[in-house]
Design a protein around this ligand. Sequence first.
Ligand code: HEM
Length: 399
Amino acid sequence: MSAELISPLPIARTCPYAPPAEHRRLREEAPIARVKLPNGRTAWAVTKHEHIRTVLSDPRFSSNRRDPGFPSLSREPPPASDLKPLLLELDPPEHGQVRRGVLGEFTVQRTQALGPRIQQIVDEHIDAMLAGPRPVDLVQAFSLPVPSLVICELLGVPYADHEFFQKRSATLVNQQNTAEEIGRAVGELMMYLGKLVAAKAQDPTDDLLGRQIRKQRESGAVDYEDLVSMAFLLLIAGHETTANMISLSTLVLLQQPEKLAALQADPTKTLGAVEELLRYFTIAEHALGRVAREDVELGGVLIRAGEGVLLLANTGNRDPEVFGNADELDLERGARNHLAFGFGPHQCLGQNLARLELQIVIDTLFRRIPGLRPAVPVETLSFKDDATVYGIREFPVTW
Ligand code: HEM
């Protein structure tokens, strides 16, 4: 039994629908194991559901991504950033204060109110696909623009600029890019959002950023840099993630037509199916990390202060102790205790929105394009094995 993983992470998958076999081996043989990172450092990889939840809810582990011990799957150290810490990087008590400031925008009720507009956006993109040439790349024609437009409208970012920020946010989540490339993308996005927040400060619009500006003014604590950081995070987190889930969900449902047919026969099952698709793919497998603030004993292993911990949630979401037949996509499983949105205080702020978008997409896409199918052999598709967020790079479809 080896507690070490010799090959550095990330490891390429052999099946697009399952985490690498090496991750599973770790879960079975050494659920808290030393792994090598591409930058030559080591970290602990945690692969069991129970341990992942423990770390994510334990304040002795920090989310400070700028700490040198924070586990990164990039080859280079993160670029120095002038950006104020993102919500995702904050620890208590600051984290709770900042999160509470924006939580009201993401309640189930507030999110549900966006449903009709999301439906309209989905329908318009399907109209455009149906009117355009075939085959078409689903990623560019549908998966990316739909959540991108939704988050832009919510924030109050002009969608006309989408090419600018989509390109830069794709640069940020690709681990293969150099620190310089990532640093440039961050700088350009910050500059863009800085100008946008300044313009809204002159004339606060009725959108998330405008409302936050008014709220800050009322409380007397005006800090536009905080708003730039928040806008930056929401813009990035709000579209790459959901976009990847749309492409992957479409692919797997097209590959398993009997499951898709059952879903189409009873749309009340879609919400549960979305939950299972989230578990099955757990696209943020490489995005969940922490660094120990003090020595912590976890599952009989001593994690020392300053050491990084990678929470391999996709592997945790296939833990047979929690999910029976975990490698099977069971759209009627009805399990919500998965880790696709993380766990604990940093659990995804946009999860209600992501669920609603996926629900509307799944209910609409296959109904409106009944003959939808991949336009190339599925084995030729390129998957984002090395990225922070898993997905499909290009997905040609026809009907
Ligand atoms: C946090 C996944 C969609 C905004 C997270 C975390 C995960 C995650 C795993 C926890 C990170 C950590 O603990 O370090 C996903 C997935 C999505 C999705 C799988 C889509 C299927 C969205 C959307 C938004 C969003 C649509 C915005 C509207 C955020 C924010 C955080 C976060 C702001 C940080 C919360 C905090 O630190 O308190 N997400 N996310 N996410 N997500 Fe999402």
